[in-house]
Design a protein around this ligand. Sequence first.
Ligand code: NAD
Ligand code: GLY
Length: 350
Amino acid sequence: MSGRVRVNASRRYDVVIDRNVLDEAGERIRAVNSGSVICLVTDDTVDAIYGARVENSLTAAGYRVEKFVIPHGEESKTPENYLKLINFMAGKGLSGGDAAVALGGGVVGDLTGFAAATYRRGIGFIQLPTTLLAAVDSSVGGKTAVDLPGGKNLLGAFYQPELVLCDCETFKTLEKQTFRDGCAEIIKYGMIKDAALFDKLADTSLAGSEEVVMRCVEIKRDVVEADERDTGPRKLLNFGHTVGHAVELLNHYELTHGSAVAVGMAVVTRASVKLGFCGAECRDELIKLIKAYGLPTETNFTAAQLAGAMMADKKRSGRTIDLIIPETIGRCVIRKTPVEELESFVSAGL
Ligand code: NAD
Ligand code: GLY
């Protein structure tokens, strides 16, 4: 099964979901970009597995390819690498009609997107996501950024890609935990918007399938089209993330993002049941599904520690924090919560 999702945001583009579509990258990019040079950005791990295939396909489509490789991992999503990349593009003579192509996970995608958004005030940008998380989340919707010492994603821009090519075959080479991190995001989509997707995920073998990836991308598309600049309903995508970020911070980022989000979804849902926002069945089904994917649902941190870390979250506005609260499976709401109530809320979820 292959598919295509059309995103109608400040730029209109397709997300193509198919197996082995990386081999068609050149011709498919040629259809949306008439430039002559491609800056292919990737990390060392992804480059070793997929770099040559993509480079060959781009060359066959008539592009001169200039490859920029970063070490893998979040530590590479820095202003220093951003500037190195920009200088690399300038040194290779990329002009306004040329493009940057991100081949990799969310780290490569976010860094490349920010460089593409700002080099010469914006050049072509194409995403080739190779992690499940990047396929269902970071490659779609136009959030681009690098991290600052003061926090993650603090320097960035909204910049939609011209095309996303998602090759589900690439998930086969992911480390187990990296795949699981993407599963947490898929469970999130089921919880916030689609009970049928949630039910389907009981068959864990479907997590990286084209069918499931496409449904997640459709949900993300709908949310992004409703609120591209993240001032309202897009915040629903943060379900589990505010508590999750606190867990990550307190763990000094030793727990993976997906695991932290899984804990966050469980904490918020347990609290929501105690406070009467949703039924116990919703909590029990969510926790069962999270566990089926080998993800955690508990944390040893105290409510005071978690609430303290949540207060440092950049998404806080003044004296309230937006919590994403489940009402039932497939429906969540944004609830402005006074910061004074955070600790007791979290305490109800532990
Ligand atoms: P990542 O990019 O660090 O990739 C995880 C690891 O998997 C890396 O070591 C990478 O080398 C390896 N890898 C990637 N593809 C592979 C493959 N097919 N086979 C083998 N190994 C492979 O992490 P991620 O989880 O993809 O993305 C996390 C980043 O995404 C964070 O920086 C986060 O802030 C960002 N993010 C952005 C958005 C957005 O909307 N822009 C949304 C969610 C997350
Ligand atoms: N991953 C959150 C967003 O795109 O808004």
